[in-house]
Design a protein around this ligand. Structure first.
Ligand SMILES: *Cc1c(COP(=O)(O)O)cnc(C)c1O
Length: 238
């Protein structure tokens, strides 16, 4: 099936629900960036999303993403996207990630940050990252433990001068939306705490990347500035 005519409709619906959720929560809808999660979908699906006004896209695997990113960048009739790496990153893929993504959401160790920094320095780039935090404490989730976040942020600021930390990312347990609320609230409170403790020109933690298709409304109520939505735009992944 190569028919992505539903994408524009889904995006329009989503945009109005994002606005409604923001206004309900007393927030400005413009504070919230929609990241269309395009993993498993072909470039044609992404093109449909661009035509419907999407400006930010997310992928969770570097090898899958790079050909798509290049194909779309080569089509000069399309507005360029900002690309977000939202999945786990192995150190040996850090060079490709730095070269192709605008922001890496999944940094959860000093070792990984150091690799990213090394390649960013070589490329003469200041790499934008988020720190992925395992707020819910589920063993299956990647991300640094909440207790270790402050030390990790300090370590990165000290050792990685080609990395800028713009905020935090988390994944909530995959259950019903309301069950995600403590996780989202926890990430916001952690950010508020650490932003009091650590002041640094490369630490500007305005961004909270949290909320997916089923729970983005709750995430917006709890302060999300970036929501990562796949299924609600493109349909179920095959
Ligand atoms: C796939 C994915 C999403 C999007 O999930 P949907 O339920 O399809 O909206 C968001 N964040 C991450 C890290 C993902 O891997």
């Amino acid at each position: 099936m190569n028919d992505f005519s539903h994408v524009a409709d889904n995006i329009r619906k989503l945009q109005s629900e994002i606005s409604a959720a923001a206004i309900n929560a007393g927030r400005d809808p413009n504070e919230i960036t929609l990241i269309a999660v395009t993993k498993t979908y072909p470039a044609e699906a992404v093109t449909a999303a661009i035509h419907a006004g999407v400006t930010n896209a997310g992928e969770n695997r570097v090898q899958e993403a790079v050909p798509k990113i290049c194909a779309l960048a080569n089509d000069l009739s399309l507005s360029p996207l900002r690309w977000h790496l939202i999945g786990h990153l192995q150190s040996n893929k850090a060079r490709l990630a730095v070269a192709n993504f605008d922001m890496i959401h999944s940094v959860d160790s000093l070792k990984l940050a150091t690799e990213i920094n090394r390649h960013a320095a070589a490329a003469g780039k200041l790499m934008s990252i988020l720190i992925q935090v395992n707020i819910s404490g589920e063993e299956s989730k990647s991300g640094v433990d909440a207790e270790s976040v402050e030390a990790l942020v300090s370590g990165i600021l000290e050792e990685c001068d080609h990395v800028a930390i713009h905020g935090f990312m988390t994944m909530a347990p995959l259950t019903e939306p309301e069950a995600a609320r403590p996780t989202f609230k926890g990430l916001r409170e952690l950010r508020d705490h650490i932003s009091q403790e650590i002041k640094h020109p490369r630490f500007t933690p305005a961004e909270l990347s949290m909320g997916m298709s089923n729970d983005y409304r709750v995430a917006i109520e709890e302060g999300a500035t970036m929501i990562r939505v796949g299924t609600a735009i493109f349909g179920k992944r095959g």
